[in-house]
Design a protein around this ligand. Structure first.
Ligand code: CA
Ligand code: CA
Length: 421
């Protein structure tokens, strides 16, 4: 890439600043993008400089992709707390500083803050661990301190194949088993496949459990993301006992599953509430179409009718457009993709410079993606920990304000990211 020396200097300057301007809607989404050319603000350099997979597509709102690169200038230290975890999918900090970790083949363990890896916790129901399936997310009850209840999502073997389910159980005092185990949600329909199960679990400030799902990937299943008689490609909202809240948007509508909160998703493996109580999600798109969305009751997020990117085979997504009336635009998208999983809005005191930033696991990006947000838009992007070369599967904030990360490897690791002392 041949840049004029003055431009190179300007780009380098912009890359170190957090105050540069995001890409405008008119800007090229390419490597030589000079953000908001003619807009009066200095240009900036995005983190992503490769050619997009879908070079003819343009952002539909300003700043929707390739935000300015920002740098933390934060001194942190990464501790490998544990190794030898088999494709860990979720890390969930416990109140005392120890951590619950799931492994996709079907095991859940406590790992102590000091790194002692416990035996698999007994009484978990069977999982279908083929492909992307298995034991997926785990979340603590909002009143875990008093009820010791945990929730987990998994691909459940069922008649006709499998589907994502959510279980609930009480963690014994010695943390060796689950009691009162009950599967409180069976997403429908079942399907004989091994891709796109979702799923993350997030409790809202309303005390409800939000469950993110995928649309099972295969072309015959895709249209279900738009169908209200299917849970596939949806975000669901249920009560902690699995019943349906009566203020859900499709309650009482004929042929609609009442647990549906939003529709038109592809495969959502990251979801988190921001400090203001707003739910966000990051979903896997096709080649060049990973999305960050604000999740609003009853809205349609477009898949497979409205999407960025192209099929992984390199052909256009059949019949799809990048925007259409009645479908939510993503707040941000990545082309090429980061392959996102797990996210956390940072609210701790350990890293004051990161307050309110959004951290997202990047599996394809083999990094921890940090986004700065301003007025509901992405204002900056940084890829951290890339030098470690591991697929970041989940990121959570601990009670100590450190970030805890698990990596999606056969010999997966649990990391603690804390300020350098
Ligand atoms: Ca979780
Ligand atoms: Ca979408």
């Amino acid at each position: 890439m041949d840049h004029h020396p003055a431009l190179v200097a300007l780009l380098a300057l912009a890359a170190t600043s957090v105050a540069c301007s995001p890409a405008s809607g008119r800007a090229e989404a390419g490597a030589e993008q000079s953000a908001n050319a003619g807009g009066g603000s200095p240009p900036c350099k995005p983190v992503e400089t490769r050619e997009p997979n879908a070079p003819s597509q343009r952002p539909t709102v300003p700043g929707q992709t390739r935000a300015c690169a920002v740098e933390s200038n934060v001194a942190f230290h990464v501790t490998v707390v544990a190794r030898g975890l088999e494709h860990p999918w979720a890390v969930e900090p416990l109140p005392g500083g120890d951590l619950l970790v799931t492994e996709r083949p079907g095991r859940m363990r406590v790992v102590t803050a000091a790194g002692q890896v416990g035996q698999p916790i007994a009484n978990l129901p069977k999982v279908d661990a083929r492909g992307q399936g298995g034991l997926l997310d785990v979340a603590l009850s909002p009143s875990f301190d008093s009820d010791r209840t945990i929730y987990w999502s998994f691909s459940e073997p069922r008649t006709g194949g499998n589907a994502t389910s959510v279980g609930r159980g009480v963690l014994s005092q010695d943390r060796r088993r689950l009691d009162q185990v009950k599967v409180i949600l069976h997403a429908m329909p079942t399907y004989d496949g091994d891709n796109h199960f979702g799923s993350r679990l997030a409790f809202g400030p309303d005390g409800k459990l939000y469950v993110t799902l995928g649309e099972r990937s295969d072309k015959p299943m895709r249209p279900q993301a738009q169908r209200l008689d299917s849970d596939m490609g949806k975000i669901l909202r249920i009560n902690p006992d699995g019943s349906v809240p009566q203020d859900n948007p499709f309650v009482g509508q004929s042929n609609a599953r009442p647990e549906i909160w939003t529709l038109g998703h592809r495969n959502v493996q990251a979801a988190a509430f921001d400090p203001q109580g707003q739910l966000w999600e990051v979903e896997h798109g096709t080649n060049g179409g990973d999305e960050l969305n604000r999740v609003v009751k009853g809205k349609n997020y477009g898949w497979p009718l409205v999407a960025f990117g192209e099929e992984y085979s390199g052909v256009p997504i059949p019949g799809a457009v990048t925007e259409k009336e009645g479908y939510e635009r993503p707040v941000y998208y990545w082309d090429p993709v980061i392959a996102p999983s797990g996210m956390q809005f940072y609210t701790g005191d350990a890293f004051p410079a990161w307050k309110n930033n959004l951290f997202i696991g990047g599996m394809g990006a083999t990094s921890l993606v940090r986004l700065t947000l301003e007025n509901g838009r992405v204002s900056g992007e940084e890829h951290l920990l890339k030098n470690r070369g591991q697929r970041v599967r989940d990121v959570r904030q601990g009670p100590d304000g450190a970030l805890y990360i698990v990596t999606d490897q056969g010999n997966g690791e649990l990391w603690r990211v804390a300020p350098k002392s």
